[in-house]
Write a protein that binds this ligand. Structure first.
Ligand code: FAD
Ligand code: SF4
Length: 518
């Protein structure tokens, strides 16, 4: 009997469960990596995502080869052809794959007509296993993230003094919402120059016609992401020493030209498997313990909540929900995605700045994603599936498991409140407070009608008005709906007309832009 291991592109860790299950026979275990070109035609992925994943795969395959595994590295249109050939060549009787993070990919593997047994080994890339999450979720009425997070802190004994949380509180979120006022001294980011392997992938995706759709929208260079576990560990260390102590206060702030602020820049590496979430959480806790006299607990707690709380929770909910979750559309939003999401060309300065940054890097921080990119799509009534597809294409850290819950659930409220207790909808007021974008914009962040009215304003009130009946059922919306009730009927009518006119003009602009491209 011969076992072979197929390592997927986001399972790049020597201790991942399928490899681990063959540790004692590593010298005789065939291992395969496959770059499938058909698979990446699903949407126009960011060129830096393609480079990141394929370069990291090639580096990891080499590391396994050096460690003594019998590694095959294939490039093909589909997965089936190289898999079959490799299974036959090595007379493999059992193919082992660690359970994919993405449900569509698990289904794809199960549908492959392979000439051997296929075993999906339980995934060990998350702190919570699927079974543990199911047990926790049990028959709870609501899957409240804060409850889940506290349970995670207890189970992993993180920032705990016996049964009590450090500092007597579980959550210091209130301390972490400072606007970016005054002169901020921002920390440097840690980037890497591409080595020969990465340069090869860049040259390929930049020129090959099969990536034409991606080449239209995204920059492949400068490519500065880490592509090995060693480099990812350097980014973690850099974050812990240079950024973590001040991570909290400006977590929600947005500043023109500042890509990273105090954020960790760790999601691409966590999602590829180059780092394990528990090692990240434990390292953050240890850094705090080493500097307790000078560091504030709120920054460290804020960061740990992201990884031990939000990240694990999103993954758990993703697996817990039924198969129809990606198709949900509670508000029945059907507007098409404006073309400027792809081009970055819009007179709305906040969107223009962030979309340009995404074109250049494939990255934006959480509030840029949630309160600008996502918020606009929500209040403008864009189809949740269209914006999900865009997020999935545009970000270097995007995968199905993290998209569905963040975009369909948290961002678009398309699940009707399974995940978020109210829609993340906001007017220009929020963006003006939390960023410096509005100062350089042609629109007036205070106006909701008229020539200079900011689209975030008329869309925000139009959104509340359109969905007034549905939103009344969401307890946390009552205060905002009272404010809606104070707007005079004539102004509300003008707001509705602005929203309709914007869509009409935008459809025309998009048609012209498309005609120009063809
Ligand atoms: P930090 O702000 O420094 O946070 C630390 C870590 O916490 C992150 O690295 C990430 O691993 C984790 N984290 C925090 N919040 C979340 C969350 N909601 N879901 C999952 N992990 C979280 N995250 C992705 O990994 N891939 C995505 O494609 C993605 N798309 C998103 C789309 C929308 C609309 C929203 C609202 C959020 C999305 N997120 C996504 C979550 C979050 O915005 C990113 O994880 C974060 O911005 C990554 O940057 P960072 O590593 O500098 O994070
Ligand atoms: Fe964005 Fe409106 Fe501010 Fe312009 S005024 S930057 S469109 S929120």
């Amino acid at each position: 009997m011969t076992i072979g291991v197929w390592v997927l592109g986001d399972q790049l860790w020597a201790e991942q469960a399928a490899l681990q299950s063959c540790f004692d026979q590593q010298k005789s275990t065939p291992v395969i990596f496959i770059e499938s070109l058909d698979h990446v035609q699903e949407r126009p992925y960011h060129l830096q995502k393609l480079v990141l994943v394929w370069s990291a795969m090639r580096h990891f395959a080499e590391a396994l080869r050096q460690a003594g595994w019998l590694v095959a590295y294939e490039q093909a249109d589909d997965f089936l052809t190289p898999l079959k050939a490799w299974i036959e060549a090595h007379q493999i009787t059992e193919l082992r794959v660690m359970m994919p993070n993405d449900r569509p990919f698990a289904r794809l593997i199960q549908s492959l007509p392979l000439p051997c047994t296929v075993t999906l080994v339980s995934n060990n890339h998350f702190i919570w296993s699927e079974a543990d999450f199911r047990e926790w979720a049990g028959d709870r009425k609501r899957l409240v993230m804060e409850d889940f997070y506290r349970e995670g802190r207890r189970r992993c004994n993180i920032l705990m003094a016996g049964k009590q949380p450090f500092g007597g509180r579980w959550n210091f979120d209130q301390d972490n919402r400072k606007p970016p006022k005054g002169k901020l001294t921002l920390p440097e980011a840690l980037w890497f120059a591409p080595d020969a392997i990465t340069q090869d992938v860049i040259a390929w995706v930049k020129q090959d016609d099969r990536f034409k759709a991606s080449q239209q929208y995204w920059q492949s260079e400068p490519f500065q992401w880490a592509v090995t576990r060693d480099q990812a560990l350097q980014v973690l260390h850099f974050f812990l020493t240079m950024r973590l102590s001040d991570f909290g206060p400006y977590q929600d702030a947005m500043v023109t030209g500042e890509i990273t602020m105090w954020h960790a820049m760790l999601s691409p590496y966590l999602n590829l498997g180059l780092l394990h979430p528990l090692e990240v959480v434990e390292a953050a806790e240890q850094a705090y313990l080493d500097h307790q006299d000078t560091w504030s607990l709120s920054s460290v707690e804020g960061f740990i909540r992201q990884v031990l709380g939000w990240r694990e929770y999103m993954h758990g909910v993703y697996n817990f929900m039924s198969d129809d979750y990606p198709d949900r559309n509670w508000f029945n939003h059907t507007q098409p995605l404006p073309n400027f999401y792809w081009t970055g060309e819009t007179s709305m300065n906040c969107l223009h700045q962030i979309l340009t940054q995404v074109k250049e890097t494939g990255y934006a921080h959480h509030i840029q994603r949630l309160m600008v990119l996502n918020n606009f799509a929500l209040i403008a009534g864009i189809s949740p599936q269209a914006i999900e597809n865009w997020f999935h294409a545009a970000f270097v850290d995007a995968y199905d498991w993290v998209m569905q819950t963040n975009v369909i659930g948290m961002g678009q409220f398309a699940d009707g409140g399974v995940l978020a207790s109210k829609p993340y909808a906001a007017s220009a007021n929020y963006i003006n407070k939390m960023s410096d974008y509005c100062g350089k914009c042609t629109y007036n962040p205070k106006a909701r009608t008229g020539e200079k009215a900011c689209p975030f304003n008329f869309f925000y009130w139009d959104f509340l008005d359109r969905h007034r009946a549905k939103l009344t059922s969401q307890g946390r919306m009552s205060f905002i709906l009272q404010n809606l009730g104070k707007i005079a009927p004539e102004e509300l009518q003008a707001i509705r007309e602005e929203a309709i006119a914007w869509h009409n003009n935008n459809v025309q602009d998009d048609r012209q832009a498309q005609a120009g491209m063809n």
